[in-house]
Design a protein around this ligand. Sequence first.
Ligand code: GDP
Length: 453
Amino acid sequence: MSTVAAISTPNAAGGIAVIRISGENAINAAASVFRPFGSKKVTEMEGYTCAYGTAYDGDERLDDCILTVFRAPHSYTGEDTAEISCHGGLYVSKRILRAILKNGADNAEAGEFTKRAFLNGKLDLTQAEAVMDIISARGEQELKMAESLREGAAFKKAERCSDKLMKMLGDLAAWADYPDEDTPEVKPENLIAELQVVRDELQSLIANYDCGRIVREGVSAAIIGRPNVGKSTLFNCLSGCERSIVTDIAGTTRDVVEESVKLGDITLRLSDTAGIRETDDIIEGIGVDIAEKILKSSELVIAVFDGSCPLTADDLKLINKIDNKKSVAVVNKSDVGQELDEKQLTEYFKHIVYLSAKENTGVDLLEREIKDIFEINEQTINNVSAANERQKMCIENALRSVNEAIEALSCGELLDAVNVLIDEAEQSILSLTGKKVTNEVVDEVFSRFCVGK
Ligand code: GDP
């Protein structure tokens, strides 16, 4: 494999920038731009050692740097790797990279270092994907989940299934090929029992997928309510800035404002909508149309009511539009006297929160309710296994084949047919872990990485 290099730190000015080089020629490439202050030669440096020196482009002095050397296979990629840490200016790090590229290294593609780690057997595919999740984690729960995936929890479970399926395939092959020898008979009832164990394992691998997806990607939520109940104030209170226009003239929010906001451990991808109500105002009417579309496409509806007055006909119309969606009622303006009939609301909502968006009180209760709605808790977070759609699809395919195999056995189908189904399940698991996966899938997985990782 060729030697590649890239700036591994963000494309911005910072305290330090790191240029990473990996491949057979990595140490030589580093040696051609880095001159240590001491007498030791770069090419003679051992793994896990550093040197202080200066980076040059030819004879032009660029910056004082630290060079760290990793020797194969004891590096992130499993190859010889050199990392030059220089001052974090954009210009200087780019100049050093350019000098390295002149000396036998190619530009690394997105995710190429992690791809090499995968190809060199340092990580399986699910762990590599977890690396990307760690990079993009925005909160503690996301990080916790990505870490647990990188530890290989999903991988180990999948491997256990794979081993079991492999053993069944082995038994079936031996029984089919050497029936006269001393091979144990493959009994359908035993096979069913073994397949059921695999099925349960696979099911547990996807059980918490939705919870995991929500922690990672957030919930798409629509704040709805008739005009003036305090939707924009709530939106601003959650997003911490004045993005929506707040006035007390009904119908001022005409467009949809979108923002990702952190509500404790949960990310809400919020849409603040124009108040949904019957309107003759044409421009506002457009906003109301959009609001209804967003209401339909959101996973969660945050229905806001003005607690300082009774429910109105418009409120009730709006409640009817929510249908069977996951929803939470926010009774706003708890800082002023409550006139809204609580009982009436409980007929429609299982989850109700009383808060004051203006005073920013009670907002933490909203987080608690939303977690409750999506069944997000410590336990579900720690047991999340499938990290993305690709992984989920592999597990679902394996599960389908296992279920079909169980059914075929129960109907007394020939073992040959069952063999095919078990083999299909095994292939799906092998593509989950990346042990047998097409180049296209590998390229697709790593193309979502950033350059330098
Ligand atoms: P929207 O039309 O539903 O987006 O409502 P706004 O957010 O524009 O708020 C309408 C009016 O209600 C404004 O005058 C807000 O200051 C006021 N308001 C919003 N939230 C609260 C609250 O929690 N308490 C009180 N007392 N007033 C609020």
